[in-house]
Design a binder for this molecule. Structure first.
Ligand code: TXA
Ligand code: MG
Length: 327
C-alpha cells in the first residue's frame, strides 16, 4: 500500500477515508494518533494490524464536542462534565461505562470506554467531518516510541496505512492523562501533563493506580511500551552520566546524553540532545529526543529528572524506554 503524506489540505480526504472504514494517522496535541471508525469492527481490526498491537489493549474514542460523550457512554456522571469544563478540549482521557453500540473490539473486551476530546484543530476537523467518532491509539508500531512528528509515523507505518496528515510537532509531547470514573474513587491510570494536583482542583479525591496489571485495566502497564531501538539507561547523577558515557565510548557504542539544560556545561565534550528545563519542556522534547537518539547513536543515557508534577509523568514513560534501568 502506498502511504500518502499530506498537510491540512488532506483533511477532507482523511475524513472520507475514515467514513469508509479506512485508517488514517493524524496529529493531536499529545502525540499522533492512528484513527479508525470507533463503531466499525473492520476499521478497528485494521488499526491493530497496522500497529501489530495485542487486541486486548483498549483504544481511546476521540470526540469532537462534549455532547458526543453520550454517543458512547452510559450514565455519564456529573463529575465528567466538571472535568470537561476545565480540561476539554485537551490532553485528558476519561473512562466511563460503555454503551452497547461501542464494539468490544474498540474497548479490548471491557465494559468501559475511554473518551478524549483533543484540542488540536486538525484532529477536531477530521473527527467532525468523518461523521463518526474516531478510535485512535498512538500512531507507532506496538512497542516502539510514540510519534510526535509525521516523520515518526512514516518510519513505523509506511506501507501499512493509506494516509498520514502532517500537522507539525505535537505541543504536549506525551500521551494524555487517563483517569477512570468507573471506580468508586476516580483513579489515574496513566499520568500526563494534567497532573493529580490539577485534577484535585475539580475532584474531591483522586487515587493513582499503582497495582500490577493482569488485564488491560491500566494503560501502558501490561505491555513494555515506548522502547527505542538501542539500549537506554537513566543516570542517577550527572557524574554517573559522564562515567557511563566514557565507558560506552570505550566500548565503541556512540553514546548520547539526553540532557537537562542545567547540566549542559557538565556535558560540554559529549554528544547531547537537549531536553529543556521545565516539566513541560521535557514532555515536549522526550519522544523526539528518543527518536533522534536511536537514529543517530548506539547507546542512550538519560539525565536524572527532578521529582514531582509533570516530571513524574515523563519519568513514567522513560521507565519504559529504559526498562527501569538506572545506573
Ligand atoms: O494522548 C493520547 O491519549 C493518544 C492520542 C492519539 O490521543 N492516544 C493514546 O492511545 O495514547 P494509546 O492506545 O496508545 O493509549 C491508550 C491507553 C492504552 O494503554 C489503554 O490501555 C488505555 O488507554 N485504555 C483505553 N481504554 C481503556 C479502558 N476502557 N480501561 C482502561 N484503560 C483503557
Ligand atoms: Mg500508545
Amino acid at each position: 500500500m502506498k502511504t500518502q503524506v499530506l498537510g491540512e489540505e488532506g483533511i477532507d480526504l482523511a475524513a472520507q477515508l475514515l467514513a469508509s472504514g479506512e485508517v488514517v494517522a493524524f496529529p493531536t496535541e499529545t502525540v499522533y494518533g492512528l484513527g479508525g471508525d470507533a463503531f466499525s469492527d473492520d476499521a478497528i481490526k485494521k488499526i491493530y494490524e497496522a500497529k501489530g498491537r495485542p487486541s486486548d489493549n483498549p483504544l481511546i474514542v476521540h470526540i469532537a464536542q462534549i455532547d458526543d460523550v453520550n454517543k458512547v457512554a452510559l450514565e455519564v456522571p456529573d463529575v465528567f462534565f466538571c472535568l470537561a469544563k476545565k480540561f476539554m478540549p485537551g490532553p485528558l482521557t476519561v473512562i466511563l461505562k460503555k454503551k452497547s453500540c461501542v464494539p468490544y473490539s474498540t474497548t479490548g473486551g471491557l465494559d468501559t470506554v475511554a473518551v478524549r476530546f483533543p484540542s488540536n484543530p486538525i484532529a477536531n476537523q477530521i473527527i467532525k467531518k468523518s461523521g463518526t467518532l474516531i478510535a485512535a491509539p498512538s500512531a507507532n508500531s506496538s512497542m516502539h516510541i510514540s510519534p510526535t512528528k509525521a516523520e515518526h509515523v512514516f518510519e513505523d507505518l509506511n506501507g501499512k496505512i493509506p494516509l498520514i496528515i502532517d500537522g507539525g510537532t505535537c505541543d504536549v509531547g506525551i500521551e494524555s492523562t487517563v483517569i477512570t470514573l468507573a471506580t468508586d474513587i476516580p483513579t489515574i491510570l496513566r499520568p500526563g501533563i494534567i497532573t493529580e494536583s490539577d485534577l484535585l482542583e475539580v475532584l474531591d479525591a483522586v487515587t493513582v493506580f499503582k497495582g500490577k496489571v493482569e488485564r488491560a485495566e491500566a494503560p501502558g502497564m501490561k505491555y513494555k511500551h515506548y522502547a527505542p531501538k538501542c539500549d537506554a539507561v537513566a543516570a542517577s547523577s550527572p557524574e554517573k552520566a559522564l562515567e557511563l558515557y566514557r565507558q560506552k565510548e570505550k566500548e565503541g557504542l556512540r553514546p548520547v546524553i539526553l540532557a537537562l539544560d542545567k547540566n549542559l556545561n557538565a556535558y560540554a565534550s559529549c554528544n547531547i540532545i537537549e531536553l529543556g528545563q521545565t516539566g513541560q519542556d521535557v514532555a515536549r522534547a522526550v519522544y523526539n529526543a528518543l527518536h533522534e537518539a536511536e537514529q543517530n547513536f548506539g547507546f542512550i543515557i538519560v539525565d536524572k529528572l527532578p521529582v514531582g508534577g509533570v516530571f513524574d509523568s515523563v519519568s513514567n514513560r522513560l521507565k519504559k524506554a529504559t526498562a527501569g534501568r538506572e545506573e
